[in-house]
Design a protein around this ligand. Structure first.
Ligand code: ADP
Ligand code: TRP
Length: 334
């Protein structure tokens, strides 16, 4: 039987962090055991915010090196750069013609940007580019082009998958069952990993713990995690603590349980558990960091892998594009 398809993307807007790892990379690699996996670097989505071309290029290779270091096998996973697939734009336009504008008005990222302007008593659309506004349509094309069945992501992307489903259904309603209706794959326990300030860990909040920064930098970030001001002797609720909520994903089950008991008993300082978190992070990622550094230096290899992935991705998208062109009535025999 043909394998079903798992697809996801990550923007090259900063070095990948523990939230990306738990919400996307780890589940994505697990799904690649049973699904045909297509994972890509969403550089055109990143372009809605990044303005330094050289740095953007560097971050694209950085993301590729991170996935490889974490064990992605590029023979199995089709790993590519979004901008290497020109068919995406054709599909984006066609889908835009089936996207209710109101749907985009309600998309979180755009709405949040408008809300900030309104609060500051500026024009609602000030500083907002049309790329940010149409972001969800490009994302729908990413997903629908390859007939993806599931999309592993963190909670913040749920709405985008809902929008994708709405667009696909509008298209299918008119032309028949051409597009596969995808499902989000979001594991509740890792849906939203907190950053060092307790908000969602995100490259855009500068509150991340990078997966592969040098150990001294990771340590500094861990030591900077915000905690409450309870004195050491008092018992603490582990589930409400940012350190514990990261620790529990990286320590062994018995270590997590022991740490939970320690919180409930009290009688320890946050500095001590920060050190323990740092230790388990090192244990998890230290060996992979060496691989990351080696891959980062080998741009020729990374580039070759990305181009090879794009070729395979394009071949996968081609039959669907022919069907879509034919259905809407533009030339399809090319
Ligand atoms: P960021 O929010 O840091 O800019 P991206 O938007 O590139 O990261 O996200 C890439 C993937 O990682 C998405 O699927 C996203 O949902 C997931 N992700 C990002 N931050 C977190 C987090 N804090 N917890 C869980 N998943 C996350
Ligand atoms: N918007 C996603 C993010 O910010 C990245 C992304 C682009 C994506 N295209 C996608 C994720 C398609 C899943 C499927 O994280």
């Amino acid at each position: 039987m043909e394998r079903k398809i798992s697809l996801s993307g990550i923007k090259p807007t900063g070095t990948p962090h523990l939230g990306n790892y738990l919400g996307l990379i780890k589940p994505g690699l697990e799904l690649a055991q049973t699904y045909k996996a297509l994972y890509f670097i969403a550089d055109y989505h990143g372009l809605t915010t990044v303005r330094d071309g050289k740095e953007f290029e560097r971050m694209t290779y950085d993301v590729a090196a991170v996935w490889l270091a974490l064990g992605m096998n590029p023979e199995e996973v089709i790993f590519f750069r979004q901008s290497d697939v020109p068919e995406l734009f054709e599909l984006t336009w066609i889908l835009a013609c089936f996207t209710a504008k109101g749907l985009l008005n309600r998309a979180h990222a755009y709405k949040a940007a408008v809300d900030i302007n309104v609060k500051a008593e500026r024009d609602p659309d000030e500083g907002i580019n049309a790329g940010l506004y149409t972001y969800p349509v490009l994302m729908a094309a990413d997903i629908l082009l390859y007939g993806s069945h599931i999309v592993p992501v963190g909670e913040d992307q749920r709405q985008h998958i809902e929008i994708t489903r709405d667009i696909a259904m509008a298209f299918n309603n008119n032309y028949g069952e051409i597009l596969v209706i995808p499902e989000a794959f979001i594991q509740p326990s890792v849906a939203t990993i907190p950053g060092i300030d307790g908000r969602k860990m995100s490259k855009s909040y500068d509150n991340v713990i990078p997966i592969f920064a040098p150990a001294s930098q990771v340590r500094k970030r861990v030591m900077g995690i915000v905690t409450d001001s309870r004195p050491p002797e008092q018992p603490k609720n582990p589930d409400e603590d940012n350190i514990f909520n990261i620790y529990r994903h990286f320590a062994l089950p018995e270590e997590v349980e022991a740490m939970r008991q320690k919180y409930l008993r009290g009688g320890f300082g946050y500095g001590e558990v920060k050190q323990e978190l740092f230790n388990v992070l090192e244990r998890n990622f230290d060996a992979a960091r060496n691989r990351y550094e080696a891959f980062s230096k080998d741009r020729a290899y990374l580039e070759k892998m990305l181009l090879d992935g794009a070729e395979r991705a394009r071949a996968m998208g081609a039959p669907l594009m022919r069907k879509v062109r034919k259905a809407v009535g533009v030339r399809f025999n090319r």
